[in-house]
Write a protein that binds this ligand. Sequence first.
Ligand SMILES: Cc1cc2nc3c(=O)[nH]c(=O)nc-3n(C[C@H](O)[C@H](O)[C@H](O)COP(=O)(O)O)c2cc1C
Length: 430
Amino acid sequence: MESSGRLKDRRTFLSFLAASPILAYAGLNSRWVEEVMAEPLPPQGTADLGAQNDAVIKSVKEALNVFDFDAAARTKLSTAHYTFITDGSFNNETLRANREGFNKYELRMRRLTGITKVDQSIKLFGATWDSPIFFSPVGRMNAYYPQGAVVVARAAKATRTLQILAGSAAILVDPKIMGDVIAARGEPVWFAGLGDTLDAPLIKRVEATGCPTLVWTVDDGGANTIGAKSVQRAGVRDLDRGADERCSGCHDNLPKVTRVQASDPIAGVGAVGALNGENSLKLTWDDVKRVRDTTRMKLVLKGVVTREDAALCVQHGIDAVYVSNHGGHEDASGRGTIECLPEVLEGAGGKIPVMIDSGFRGGADIFKALALGATAVGIGRPHIWGLSSFGQEGVETVVEILRRELQVAMAQTGAASIAKIRRDSLVTRS
Ligand SMILES: Cc1cc2nc3c(=O)[nH]c(=O)nc-3n(C[C@H](O)[C@H](O)[C@H](O)COP(=O)(O)O)c2cc1C
């Protein structure tokens, strides 16, 4: 019912648009509107749409939790882009596991703690951040909001949040974006290089921006079915985004590998089982040694989910381990990152900080990771939902909501600061 109500609102607006001269000014015609109206909204239920409000929120002030921004983003984005953000690869098993993993732990609440204020600040590599919540790298943010990465940088500055800029194809192609983001942030930002794209010239370019920390994402493995799901839901013919006028305006400007070619659909979407030698699967620990020897920036390995790999990170001089499964975008492990965290902490042996993301949607989720021993917790989709629906204000409000929820969890467990969060504030559900 609710979803058909939204569909009706969207159709009413689009019908108004079709009759309006605004379209002509924008260089579009009413056929574009007809095509957008024909796009089905993705079925609900693939993601955990836990919006608290009955209706889609119209302003950030109405938001009760971060899922409200998911529902709002769904009405603002094209079917293809919304599906790309939301879905997981394979049968969504890892996407679901990321959320279900939190059920394994419960919080032991203490009463009469007298805590009315909490300090959420953390220190990472000598820098202080207002809270342990950071923005995970998300590529191609212009697809979700005009100048998306720059807008997130403004929100990161306003909330003193650590932002990790994704070195997606758009940034590699357009170096200006990196400069714009740094200008908006007011200081150099962390940069995330993806798999085998992180070569010596790119590392030098990143270094030249003053970047203090290089995050190297090593979990993209040619198993990403999401691109295919996105274009199928949008009804794009033959998976060929480049040839479809709804997509070609933007996708034609991207390098070939980011486009899905009808002649070679696997190249762009990394369909199931594709070992195309173009991603992290071809990398080895010798490559880690190579990258480690190439730069003096702090080096963080993103995508580590086992004790063995965490121990190897320590051996190879990595400065922090980042537990992640790409938010369920890349693997079919069916294992939530919160379940991987204890063994990764064991492998790291307290020698280097452990960061984590994938599936974090509330203050209690974040609290659980911190109580287990994580240093910082990343959010991917939540900040993109905020960005897509309300721009900078949306991103800032997502951060504020999560900080408030974390504040309550901390106060209710008797922790006035992050250092005071205790492991025994968690009970493992039997
Ligand atoms: C749409 C989308 C694009 C992403 N792009 C990148 C990327 O370019 N580089 C990267 O390291 N991780 C990327 N990620 C993974 C995120 O950094 C992060 O690990 C993940 O979103 C965390 O899970 P969450 O979305 O459940 O919070 C992307 C994730 C999404 C959803």
